[in-house]
Design a protein around this ligand. Structure first.
Ligand code: FES
Ligand SMILES: [Fe+2]
Length: 392
């Protein structure tokens, strides 16, 4: 149970809020590279409560600037993309990818105004088919080079889910909640005649382990189910990479669920799915990973169709409320992971407030060469025996 004050502290993402300041210390996905094309070189994005325009200039450079023009606030989304920047459609002021004003057509050429005006701009990087942004103070840390985004021995697919109408923390808490898999997912599918007998949810769970990790390469929580019965088995666990990523096996795939806190009450999920081939040989990767948009989670009557894991999860997260009231909850033993994630979050917010670097921010290029996180040890063996493996 959390006080209303603590609930606010852990959930609000806007500029100047304690949690918003923490989340600004990390890179976040904002779009698929395939979403910024020559034909459509700009896109509106909202991240951490800020409205921005993502664009690629004529020279191929990416820029991310605040949407409202610093002249008289028209939307730059309707601006013209040129070779060296984005020109506002209202009076033609032009900004480059760093937000510098490089042209003011109706002002004297030597006017000091041009040097004084700066459109807020944030660094962006394209990596593995995704465009990531950093909204925090300089200098930006390194964009983590997760193994799943670097591997070439298989196929990579990028899915973008419909935006969720709920706060980001509800989504991340769920990643530390292994027990929901058995009812929300397994039982729902069973009742719909889609469950399979012998699946892992029929097996007795003896214990769930949650381990908080603070290593140089990553910070987060490793969750693990230990199955009982005659053949006790231990899963390697699904790491929750603080603050907003879940890495999880899903049948033969390895899936990176990247959650973007769009604003206080909206969350967007980028799901990178990697399917390794059998012999580990590298295969040619496409220059641009196509974006696949996941269909809505609700049916034509506006009700959750509950035909997929994603629809089950959306039902649970959104019905908790836009920002769930944690003052009315009753946590049990099965919610240890949630309590642990909140502790980690609280601690990192405190660190930022104290002027320290939060955990999981990477600045050492040697560490960042390739970050391999253990997911699969024993997992494949378990996954093969189990009819379905959890996604979340
Ligand atoms: S409002 Fe953008 S140039 Fe005037
Ligand atoms: Fe789930």
């Amino acid at each position: 149970m959390l006080s209303a004050e603590m609930n606010e502290r852990l959930t609000r993402v806007g500029p100047g809020t304690p949690c918003g300041e923490l989340l600004r210390r990390y890179w976040h996905p904002v779009a698929g590279v395939a979403e910024i094309t020559k034909e459509k070189p700009k896109k509106r994005v909202r991240i951490l409560g800020e409205d921005l325009v993502l664009f690629r200039d004529g020279k191929g450079r990416l820029g991310l600037v605040e949407e409202q023009c610093r002249h008289r606030s028209a939307s730059l989304y309707y601006g013209f993309v040129e070779d060296d920047g984005l020109r506002c459609a209202y009076h033609g002021w032009k900004f480059d990818c760093a937000g510098t004003c490089i042209e003011m057509p109706f002002e004297p050429q030597d006017a000091p105004l041009k040097d004084a005006v700066k459109q807020t701009a944030y660094p962006v990087q394209a990596f593995a088919g995704v465009i990531f942004a950093y909204l925090g103070p300089d200098p930006a840390p390194l964009l983590p080079r997760w193994d799943v985004l670097l591997r070439e021995d298989g196929e990579r697919r990028l899915f973008i889910l419909p935006e969720l109408e709920c706060n980001w923390l509800q989504v991340m808490e769920n990643s530390c909640d292994p027990s929901h898999t058995f009812y929300l997912h397994a039982h729902t599918l069973k009742l719909k005649g889609k469950g399979r007998s012998g699946a892992y949810y029929d097996r007795p769970i003896e214990k769930m382990n949650f381990e908080t990790v603070k290593e140089p390469a990553w910070c987060g929580i490793r969750k693990q189910r230990i199955y009982g019965g005659e053949e006790a088995e231990v899963e390697a666990g699904h790491p929750v990479l603080f603050p907003c990523v879940l890495l999880s096996p899903q049948r033969e795939h390895l899936v990176m669920h990247m959650r973007l806190p769009v604003d206080d009450t909206t969350t967007k999920i980028f799901r990178m799915q990697f399917t390794p081939n059998d012999d580990g040989t590298p295969v040619g990767q496409p220059d641009i990973v196509p974006v696949e948009y996941v269909p809505p989670m609700k049916d034509e009557d506006g009700e959750y169709h509950l035909d997929s894991f994603a629809s089950h999860d959306a039902m649970a997260w959104e019905t908790q409320g836009p920002i769930t009231d944690r003052g009315r909850e009753n946590l049990g033993i099965g919610d240890q992971g949630i309590a642990q994630y909140r502790r980690l979050l609280r601690e990192q917010i405190d660190r930022v407030e104290a002027g320290e670097e939060p955990h999981g921010v990477i600045r050492d290029p040697a560490i960042n060469e390739r970050i391999v996180i253990e997911v699969s040890s024993g997992q494949r063996r378990v996954a093969k025996q189990l009819a379905e493996s959890s996604t979340d």
